[in-house]
Design a protein around this ligand. Structure first.
Ligand code: ADP
Length: 883
């Protein structure tokens, strides 16, 4: 009876173990790792083991038993080898060690197989209808080898298992180990009747197969636990489902939502979540279309959420069973709202860019057309000898060129800001000076149009602030110039208020209001767009490019301020900005009107009579005549004037003496003004705080910022005007040095020589200009006199200096040596000195040579040098005759 149970157990357990091993292998086909392979071998070898031992038990023909046992032995040795292989892999003992152990296990298994498969090792007998075996006492060797083999294999197996146990920190690995121990102890238990009994003269019974099968079943269970954490698509699908940054919705075949992943749950709103249109903005018809299309192929579309705020790219496809019939429909979607917005923005930007280029070329072409047209007319007039008309056209060309230049400057400023290259240059500045200049610039234009101009300044505002003065002026002037442009009657006003003060910062509000044409509500949003002009038809007679406000807004933003517009169409507008500035001097600016009146009076006084006999001034210029001009203009101020004719000489002088102000020419041969200042600042001298004013004939827009950046206090453009020169002195000399005689006593109480130049020169002018004009008919004496304070004596003196300072040799030598850098400097000097004496045409020609030298257009120089040189010679001869 017991043998029947044993055989049934072998057959049943062997079959179960086999099926388990094979099915584990098949079900885990997508897993990484080798566990499934080991389980397959566990199953196959234990099934073979059980089967062969079951057959052995019932085998009637004793002679066949040794052969059946060999089959069983193959299964046993392979089974044990599989176990050792599994343990070497799990123990992580290093590649070399594991290869050695595996090869050794294979070798001893083969030895065992060869030795123990000897048919004489055991004697098979049939007892009670069942096969048993006894050890053959004559051949003990085979059985001993087998015993040693088994002991060795289990030793290796358990040693590796202990190493593995020590190494692993993972609970799931430890658990798998526990199963390995349990499995092998049960195997050992079932091998006792089989292997151990015959050693003690007892009959061996075929039970070990049961041990193999039990071992496999226990290992199978352990492997399921271990394998559930193995890297496989199956194991990570669940996590993936909620982890991916995309929505997944699974529909049943009735198109009802069956499952949603976390992303879909979180991103889609909708109280009901049963059907697609509970979550997306989609019609029933479109749903049908989608599902029909998605049934056989991947269907892609774009859907918006219920609120219409988010856009999703959607893919839909059905999942089919093995019969090709759908059992669910899978939908994945990703949020593409940002991409759509970006694409829209890009389209708008690209359209704006094309629009910008189209507008820009239009705006630039207009003044260029004007310039070209005027020039043609100018040439005609010159051919006809109509100097007056020619002058008129030339003036128009200048004005069109100025318009062109200001458009280009605005465009450059805008593109500088847009490309992030515009830098703010903060400086200390007096708020009164800014307001005063803006007021002055606008007042005359407002008066021309018959507009009142009111100014209301909060008197408590700190007088000296720190910020980007140049751009603050630009902002206020843009508002004021628009206010004048777009107001036909009534008034414009400028208001400056202090909003708040925090630490050493003050927040200001600048407001420009007008009673002009106003702006329609719907147009306010368009105001700050490049090239946008409103009511174009109505405003066609008002000049403008539509860049001013756009630039203003960008500048305000760059300064961290805020811009605002309030307007009523037909009634007027108020433009305002809020800006925060640093306080340098808290002393209040005071009453603007009083100060303005004082300024106007002071200006009158300044330009007429100032006495600065305590001031020492250094004038640096390589052109003697320019120095003469400055000296002449300052003669009556009694200032102590020192001169230097080069950068080097200037550096020598400042090393020895202190000056209260330095006028430094820009264009000088060898060391120019900028380099001189740089060296001056590095050199140890007593002039580190002395303001240095640059004298330049390059007074283009933006030049001032460039010079300020280089460290100059200010700049004066050549030919110098006396008023400007005196203004500079008043601005930069210490106030204590300036003595202003009272108006009642224009002779001055400190100085008899400080007389009213203007009064005197006007009288001189009235009486003598006629004869002057006749005497110097080659010159535009009006221009010349203007630069010489209308002082005929001084003018003649300056003409004398011009003649004495004959630059022909220098010009000719640099031309011959093709030393274009110095050539440029000399013709540059010729340009400004000629204009100074009223040789306007020669000045223009010299300017053309200077530009050609600057741009490297040497062909132009070669073509024109001789002509202009001769013109210069002729001018010198004629002037010499008249002196
Ligand atoms: P523009 O060079 O045309 O004056 P702006 O950028 O300064 O360019 O202004 C853009 C447009 O805004 C103007 O063309 C005008 O239609 C409108 N605008 C600006 N300021 C005023 C104002 N004070 N009153 C009415 N309309 C104004």
């Amino acid at each position: 009876m017991i043998w029947i149970v044993n055989n049934c157990a072998l057959l049943i357990l062997g079959t179960i173990a086999g099926v388990m091993g094979v099915s584990f292998y098949l079900r885990n086909s997508s897993s990484a790792g080798n566990i499934r392979h080991y389980m397959l071998f566990y199953g196959v070898f234990s099934a073979l083991w059980c089967l062969s031992y079951a057959v052995l038990g019932v085998m009637q023909d004793i002679s066949l038993c040794p052969y059946i046992r060999v089959v069983g032995l193959i299964a046993i040795d392979s089974f044990l080898m599989n176990e050792v292989f599994l343990a070497t892999e799990m123990a992580g003992i290093g590649k070399r060690a594991s290869v050695i152990i595996r090869i050794s296990a294979a070798v001893i298994s083969i030895i065992d197989l060869l030795v123990f498969s000897n048919r004489e090792v055991d004697i098979f007998v049939r007892e009670d209808g069942y096969t048993r075996w006894y050890a053959n006492s004559e051949i003990q060797f085979g059985r001993s080898v087998h015993n040693v083999y088994e002991v060795l294999m289990f030793l290796v197996l358990f040693t590796l298992a202990i190493i593995w146990l020590k190494k692993t920190r993972l609970k799931r690995s430890r658990k798998f180990m526990l199963y390995l121990f349990m499995a092998n102890f049960s195997l050992l238990f079932f091998t006792i009747p089989d292997t151990v009994f015959p050693n003690f003269g007892l009959p061996g019974v075929a039970t070990s197969g049961i041990g193999g099968a039990v071992c496999t079943i226990v290992m199978w269970y352990g492997a399921i636990i271990a394998n559930s954490f193995n890297v496989s698509v199956g194991n990570i699908t669940h996590r993936l489902f909620d982890f991916i940054e995309a929505g997944v919705i699974v529909f049943d075949t009735d198109r009802h939502i069956a499952i949603m992943n976390a992303y879909a749950e979180n991103h889609l709103s909708g109280e009901k979540r049963e059907k697609l249109n509970d979550l997306f903005n989609i019609s029933e018809a479109d749903i049908s279309h989608m599902f029909e299309k998605g049934a056989n192929e991947i269907y892609s579309t774009r859907l918006w959420d219920k609120k219409g705020e988010k856009a999703y790219s959607v893919k839909l496809n059905s999942v089919k069973d093995t019969y090709g019939e759908p059992y669910c429909i899978l939908m994945v979607f990703a949020d593409i709202t940002e991409e759509i917005e970006l694409a829209d923005k890009f389209a708008v930007a690209s359209q704006a860019k094309s629009q910008f280029l189209a507008n820009m070329s239009h705006e630039i072409r207009t003044p260029i057309n004007g310039i070209m047209g005027m020039n043609t007319m100018l040439i005609d007039e010159l051919d006809d000898g109509n100097v007056d008309d020619a002058r008129k056209y030339a003036m128009n060309i200048t004005s069109a060129s100025q318009t062109l230049l200001s458009i280009i400057n605005d465009i450059l400023d805008i593109s500088k800001i847009e490309s992030g290259k515009m830098e703010l240059i903060p400086v200390e500045y007096e708020i009164f000076s800014v307001l005063n200049d803006c007021y002055n610039m606008t007042l005359s234009r407002a008066e021309e149009k018959g507009l009142r101009f009111e100014i209301d300044i909060d008197s408590s505002i700190p007088s000296v602030l720190y910020g980007d003065e140049v751009h603050i002026r630009q902002i206020i002037n843009n508002f004021l110039s628009n206010a004048v442009k777009y107001t036909r009657a009534g008034k414009i006003s400028l208001r400056l208020k202090e909003l708040s003060r925090k630490g050493d910062n003050v927040e200001l509000s600048v407001e420009v209001a007008d009673t002009g044409i106003g702006i329609k509500k719907e147009d306010v949003g368009k105001l700050f767009k490049n090239f946008t002009r409103l009511d174009e038809q109505k405003n066609r007679n008002i000049e403008g490019t539509g860049l001013g406000l756009s630039l203003t807004e960008k500048l305000v933003k760059l300064m961290g301020g805020e811009i605002n517009v309030e307007s009523e169409y037909g009634k007027g507008s108020t433009f305002s900005v809020k800006l925060s500035q640093k306080i340098v001097n808290e002393a209040p600016v005071g009453n603007f009107s009083d100060q303005y009146n004082e300024f106007v009076n002071q200006k009158k006084e300044n330009t007429n009579v100032i006495d600065i006999h305590d001031a020492s001034i250094l004038v640096v210029d390589d052109v003697e005549m320019n120095i003469q001009v400055v000296k002449g203009m300052l003669k009556k101020t009694r200032a102590n004037i020192d001169t230097a004719y080069s950068g080097e000489e200037c550096l020598d002088k400042i090393a020895k003496s202190h000056y209260d102000i330095i006028f430094l020419d820009h264009m000088m041969p060898e060391m120019d003004g900028i380099e001189t200042l740089e060296r001056m600042r590095k050199q140890d001298n007593s002039n580190t705080d002395t303001p240095v004013i640059i004298l330049t004939a390059n007074a283009v827009v933006g030049a001032k910022e460039m010079y300020l950046e280089k460290g100059f206090a200010d700049y004066l453009s050549k030919p110098i005007r006396r008023d400007d020169l005196i203004d500079m002195l008043c601005r930069y000399l210490p106030k204590t040095m300036i003595n202003v005689p009272s108006i009642e006593n224009p002779e001055g109480n400190t100085d008899d020589n400080a007389v009213s130049i203007e009064a005197e020169s006007e009288a001189v002018n009235a009486g003598k200009s006629k004869s002057l004009e006749e005497r110097f008919s080659v010159l535009d004496t009006k221009t010349g006199m203007n630069y010489c304070m209308n002082d005929e004596e001084f003018y003649v003196e300056i003409i004398g200096t011009y003649v004495e300072n004959d630059k022909r040799r220098l010009i000719a030598d640099t031309y011959a040596a093709e030393n274009w850098k110095d050539y440029e400097t000399y013709v540059h000097a010729l340009k400004s000195t000629s204009l100074n004496i009223g040789a306007v045409e020669l000045s223009e020609h010299a300017k053309a040579l200077e530009f050609a030298a600057k741009e490297g257009n040497y062909d132009y120089i070669r073509e024109n040098h001789k002509k202009i040189y001769d013109e210069y010679s002729e001018m010198l001869d004629k002037l010499r005759d008249k002196l």
